[in-house]
Design a protein around this ligand. Structure first.
Ligand SMILES: O=C(CO)COP(=O)(O)O
Length: 437
């Protein structure tokens, strides 16, 4: 079902319709509203709700609304008719009535029927889908129609597509204002992180339909990605199990997964779009392998709980949540995403002079390869030159300054300050890990 309501009233019924919309404003505000011109103007003035205005009834507005009903765009039509006066555009009104009858779309011609429709809507779930049409290597149009087909029987869906002019953050802010029951993000990790980051602290549950290259957050949450990822992800949302997880802020910007300083940032920078298209998630491993040869060590100053530590490092990873494939986040073999703490993994060189090998860079490389192995089999690497700790807040300064990647996006260079936001997000997950909605 789509989430659009159409509103029309003849002149002597317009005040009645404005009063009715005011009475049910909380429900109307969750839906996209369309109206014939004069009706729309009066409702907007009387309620402040945003209304998309068609032409006035006399100019063909009823026909425009009938066209949207025929396209399957309209959930219900509320058309307060004045039974005592006939109109010059009576044929248009008959077309609208006929189209509603054909497509089995509820049409209320008086307040009593309108109330029945609104009472039904009170108990319906309204979902906003923030959809990036150019994510991953799939076909955006096909993906969207599959998602609509799967979700429509279970919720009223409002779809927003990201464009060069309107980012996922902006669309999510708009969606939050209408108090939806849930918000669904569909795209690559960038889109998912942008929507999730904007939702921190709102308690609006987030559904994830991953369609990107790495799909790191979905993997970290255990959302099944095999064979039919869109179908599986939609089923997780339909099932309605939610779980509360932590989020974080990195230099005041939302962070859902992890921040990489040094090696990881350079790797992401190297994995070009062409490589990702050709190799998928493997692109990161290929780029990571190249970077192993080039990685420079750096001096880091790390501040935790007012204590300052100085270390020579190749990579620092600060993770809120991370899939096992995020090699350098796996200091203890697995990142816990609801412990109210960040997992900090520092790949450094061995500072014990007796064990210090002639080639510290080679040692750093060996460390990272060992960490990869440990991450893949989910055990603690327990290496002398990998430090792992958990903290709620951390500050890192590096010399020379190092690139920082947050949730797959380059955000600049050090210094960086990261703080965990405990229980910042509610997400739909498989299984019975939370209370069904
Ligand atoms: O005449 C109408 C519908 O038939 C209403 O049109 P207006 O909202 O433009 O007045």
């Amino acid at each position: 079902m789509t989430a659009t309501l159409a509103l029309i009233a003849h002149d002597r019924k317009k005040d009645e319709l404005v009063d009715f919309v005011l009475q049910y404003q909380a429900i109307f505000s969750r839906y996209r509203l369309i109206a014939t011109e004069t009706t729309g103007q009066q409702i907007q003035q009387g309620t402040n709700l945003p209304i998309e205005q068609m032409l006035s009834g006399q100019q063909g507005g009823d026909i425009q609304i009938a066209a949207q009903v025929a396209e399957g765009e309209v959930l219900a039509v509320i058309f307060l008719i004045d039974p005592l006066f006939s109109k010059l555009h009576e044929p248009d009104i008959q077309v609208l009535q006929r189209i509603c009858a054909i497509h089995n779309v509820p049409l209320a011609i008086n307040i009593a029927t309108a109330e029945a429709i609104l009472e039904k809507l009170r108990h319906s779930r309204v979902a906003h889908l923030i959809f990036n049409p150019v994510a991953g290597s799939g076909n955006g149009n096909q993906d969207l129609s599959l998602i609509r087909q799967l979700l429509k029987p279970h919720m009223h869906l409002r779809v927003y597509q990201t464009t060069a002019d309107e980012s996922a953050e902006e669309l999510t802010i708009k969606a939050i204002e209408t108090h939806p029951d849930l918000i669904i993000a569909s795209g690559g990790d960038g889109t998912i992180s942008a929507v999730a980051g904007t939702l921190i602290g709102t308690q609006i549950p987030l559904g994830i339909i991953p369609r990107g290259t790495a799909n790191a957050f979905a993997v970290a949450l255990g959302i099944p990605l095999a064979l039919t990822p869109i179908r599986s992800a939609c089923q997780v949302i339909i099932n309605g199990n939610t779980r509360v997880v932590d989020a974080a802020y990195c230099n005041q910007k939302p962070m859902i997964l992890l921040a990489g300083i040094g090696y990881e940032a350079e790797t992401i920078d190297k994995a070009s779009r062409d490589m990702k298209e050709q190799w998928g998630a493997l692109a990161y491993l290929i780029a990571g392998w190249k970077q192993l040869n080039e990685q420079q060590l750096f001096e880091a100053e790390i501040e935790i709980d007012h204590e300052v530590y100085q270390l020579t490092c190749a990579a620092i990873t600060i993770a809120n949540a991370a899939p096992p494939t995020s090699i350098l986040a796996q200091g203890k073999g697995e990142v816990i995403f609801d412990d109210h703490l960040l997992d900090v993994t520092i790949g450094t060189i061995n500072t014990n002079p007796q064990q210090l090998v002639n080639n510290p860079k080679l040692q750093a490389v060996t460390t990272m390869i060992n960490m990869l192995g440990a991450a893949l089999i989910k055990t603690s690497p327990d290496l002398p030159n990998v430090y792992h700790l958990r903290t709620s807040k951390i500050k890192v300064t590096a010399n020379p300054p190092q690139k920082i990647v947050v949730d797959g996006e380059m955000i600049g260079t050090t210094p960086v300050e990261i703080e965990c936001i405990p229980d910042g997000l509610t997400v739909f997950v498989p299984g019975n890990n939370g209370s069904p909605k």
